[in-house]
Write a protein that binds this ligand. Structure first.
Ligand code: ATP
Length: 398
């Protein structure tokens, strides 16, 4: 029996999006083209989740369809992607919708982007290229049975049963980044892996292709690590998914030791990579490489002792480096630096020194260092105490 999710559509889609979708449906019907809401949005409607962006599949050429929309209604094509035959359209009320031509995909090498072909094919062929059954659902936006589901892989049942299931046995070999996507959906929705899917995932992870590019895995990991939940890192270790990118990760991470939750995804990333040799396929930005190197160095050096040593050791280090190093080592000197020493500053300026009678010279820096050392050791604190302290060096200089 056809399942309609008109009610969820009415409740969860904004008035602006509804009006844009209505225009698109009218034009599609006029030209006898079938269009569908597709993928994540249909899944999220069924789950009654908040809707972020709208993807529409066009069973024809989406760029030509977007041009028709622009010609016949009040909207503008603002971007197109020739190779994938997709178009982004901005409607008069400000909302933007992505239109994609239905297509098939063929993988030539594991982890490498597939070759797209047969644009404008049937939706049935299009959904075969997708990752999990929960993401294959279409919602008809044209014809007499508008708002009914098109469900070629029993995705509706999987959503109700909270199951993540791949569409064919080679799915993870074609695109190993789907493993991280699977974890992302599992954690985000609190779903389970279907048995065979989990087995095939483990089979792949016992046999990871070490030559595949890592771009897609990196980008999926970034999304995974951005989920606002605890336990993401340990789950990646527990399920062996770390093997996609690391041979020897830090194994157990106590998230309560994080001193700072900014750049969380990169903190996790360094924890995965810090023990191993740098892999060129990671293609890290220079700042990211620097952080990785800083953490490695800290793990291999003697712990600083005095407050001055601690200060000098950490003051120029990146915050993320300090965080990761602390999570791994629990080194109390980092805690001391972040919570106390880092805030200590010399309050007097060169002008104050001149007023005291010093002649401007490179010696000023030495004086500031002396003051800082006294402050770090807790011997002086206020500006007045700094002035008093520095006076003793006037005589020495003369
Ligand atoms: P999110 O809510 O995280 O945005 P989404 O399902 O909308 O999830 P997207 O990454 O925007 O995910 O992808 C849109 C659709 O494209 C997915 O629903 C899925 O059908 C398909 N897709 C995305 N990545 C892959 C992949 N690696 N392999 C196969 N299909 C994919």
């Amino acid at each position: 029996m056809a399942i309609s999710i008109k009610q969820q559509f009415e409740e969860l889609i904004s008035v602006e999006y509804k009006s844009a979708i209505f225009s698109a449906s009218q034009i599609a019907e006029k030209y006898n083209i079938k269009i569908y809401l597709i993928g994540g949005i249909v899944r999220d409607l069924i789950l009654k989740n908040q809707i972020k962006d709208i993807d529409i599949a066009v069973e024809a050429d989406a760029i030509e369809f977007a041009n028709l929309l622009e010609k016949e209604t009040d909207c503008e094509v603002i971007a197109i992607q020739e190779n994938l035959r997709t178009a982004k359209v901005k409607f008069k009320n400000g909302v933007e919708i992505d239109f994609a031509s239905t297509r098939e995909e063929t993988y030539t090498k594991s982890g490498v982007l597939p070759v797209a072909h047969n644009f404008g094919c049937s939706l049935e062929k299009d959904v075969k290229r997708r990752d999990f059954a929960i993401n294959t659902l279409g919602l008809k936006l044209t014809g007499n049975d508008k708002f009914t589901l098109v469900d070629y892989f029993n995705g509706y049942k999987d959503i109700l049963n909270k199951k993540i299931r791949i569409l064919h046995d080679k799915s993870f070999i074609d695109d190993p980044s789907r493993i991280i996507r699977a974890l992302k959906f599992k954690v985000r929705f609190d779903f389970e892996f279907e048995e065979q899917t989990f087995t095939l995932m483990q089979d792949y992870l016992n046999n990871v292709d070490k030559t595949m590019p890592l771009e897609r895995i990196k980008s999926e990991l970034k999304q995974y690590f951005s989920i606002q939940k605890k336990g993401l890192y340990n789950y990646l270790i527990e399920t062996n998914a770390y093997k996609l990118i690391s041979n020897n990760p830090i194994k157990e991470v106590d998230e309560t030791t994080f001193q700072n939750e900014e750049n969380l995804w990169f903190i996790y990333f360094v924890l995965l990579l810090v023990n191993g040799e740098y892999d060129e396929r990671l293609n890290l930005a220079s700042i990211e490489k620097k952080i990785l190197l800083e953490v490695k160095e800290m793990l291999n050096r003697k712990t600083p002792n005095s407050n001055l040593e601690i200060y000098n050791e950490y003051i120029d280090k990146n915050d993320v480096s300090l965080n990761v190093y602390y999570v791994i080592s629990k080194d109390k000197t980092v805690e001391k630096f972040l919570n106390a020493l880092k805030q200590i500053k010399v309050l007097i300026t060169g002008k104050d020194l001149i007023e005291l009678g010093f002649i401007p010279s490179a010696y000023f820096n030495e004086l500031f260092e002396k003051i800082l050392k006294e402050k770090l050791e807790g011997k002086i604190q206020t500006r007045e105490e700094e002035l008093e302290f520095v006076k003793q060096f006037i005589k020495k200089e003369e």
